[in-house]
Ligand binder design. Structure first.
Ligand code: RIB
Length: 305
């Protein structure tokens, strides 16, 4: 039986337009395409972990609309356990995404049903948390819920991963002691640490600061520059596999899901980071959030160009 990854987090329907560049304030641009794609950081990480070899359960909320049905079906199609996925009256979460010709994106999310994932709702599914080997949270559901789940994960002795995305400022300090792996990108690491992250050296300073704040281990994802691992004793930089990027949406989610699946499956941290990086590199070669996430056979068959 594959190891169990439990994701507590968001599901969004992504409304994705492609345009030559990202619009400026007040500007109307003519786009090239439009698609609705299943996404949300929590759901993307659940799909990544499932496609990459883990048995996965999702704890979250969708709305009573057509998007909610589609978001649930997308997870069920990956054999993800949805017994802890509640349907609440109203709209599902949505993300308005513009992707430009340089494969960069800009995203605005509206929480919708994700806002209904409160601590009492999570508590109804405590048995699901208890069955986890690895527990993953992000920040697209209420902060109270994230703090509650991190503490519960620590109490239960689970491996706890926080992907602090999106982050605009410091996290509650009492969260840090419950986090085994904190996985921010550069801007999130800067927001959390209060330090600029613009190079490998500044990333090291931010990672040290986050460990001093109480995080167990920190992995800062650096986009095309790979990732930086810090454990309080030292640092290791992992360069990213070189690929031609089409769309970076969900690359971070693919890394987190892949890292968690590998860790849960018995890989050590170094193996899990390399595995997550290959998965994330493959995801940027394809468009969309969940459609871009590779399968285990894709990662196993990958050889650097
Ligand atoms: O990380 C990518 C995700 O961010 C998208 O799928 C979108 O839903 C937003 O949550």
């Amino acid at each position: 039986m594959p190891a169990k990854v439990v994701v507590v987090g968001s599901l969004n329907m992504d409304l994705v337009t492609r345009a030559p560049r990202l619009p400026r304030g007040g500007e109307t641009l003519i786009g090239q395409s439009f698609a609705t794609v299943s996404g949300g950081k929590g759901a993307n990480q659940a799909v990544a972990a499932a496609r990459l070899g883990a048995q996965v359960a999702m704890v979250g909320c969708v709305g009573s609309d057509a998007y909610g049905r589609e978001l649930r079906e997308a997870l069920l199609a990956e054999q993800i356990d949805c017994q802890a996925l509640s349907t609440v009256e109203g709209s599902s979460g949505v993300a308005l995404i513009v992707v430009d010709d340089h494969s960069q994106n800009a995203i605005v999310i509206v929480a919708g049903a994700n806002g209904a994932l409160t601590p009492p709702v999570v508590d109804q599914f405590d048995a699901v948390l208890q069955a986890a080997d690895v527990l993953i949270c992000q920040l697209e559901v209420p902060y109270d819920t994230v703090g509650h789940v991190l503490r519960r994960g620590r109490e239960l002795g689970k491996t706890v991963i926080l992907n602090p995305a999106p982050a605009s400022g410091a996290l509650p300090v009492d969260w840090y002691g419950s986090i085994d792996y904190l996985i921010p990108n550069e801007s999130e690491a800067a927001a959390l640490s209060g330090l600029p992250v613009e190079s490998l050296e500044t990333a090291k300073a931010a990672a040290s600061q986050l460990i001093a704040m109480g995080a167990g281990k920190v992995i800062i994802t650096l986009g095309a520059e790979g990732s930086l691992f810090a454990n309080g004793q030292g640092f290791q930089h992992f360069p990213a596999p070189r690929v031609t990027a089409v769309d970076t949406t969900a690359a971070g989610d693919t890394f987190v899901g892949g890292f968690a699946a590998a860790l849960a499956g018995g890989s050590n941290e170094v193996e899990a980071i390399r595995f997550g990086q290959v998965a994330a590199a493959l995801s940027v070669t394809r468009a969309g959030a969940q459609p871009s996430i590779p399968r285990l056979s894709d990662v196993q068959g990958f050889s650097a160009p």
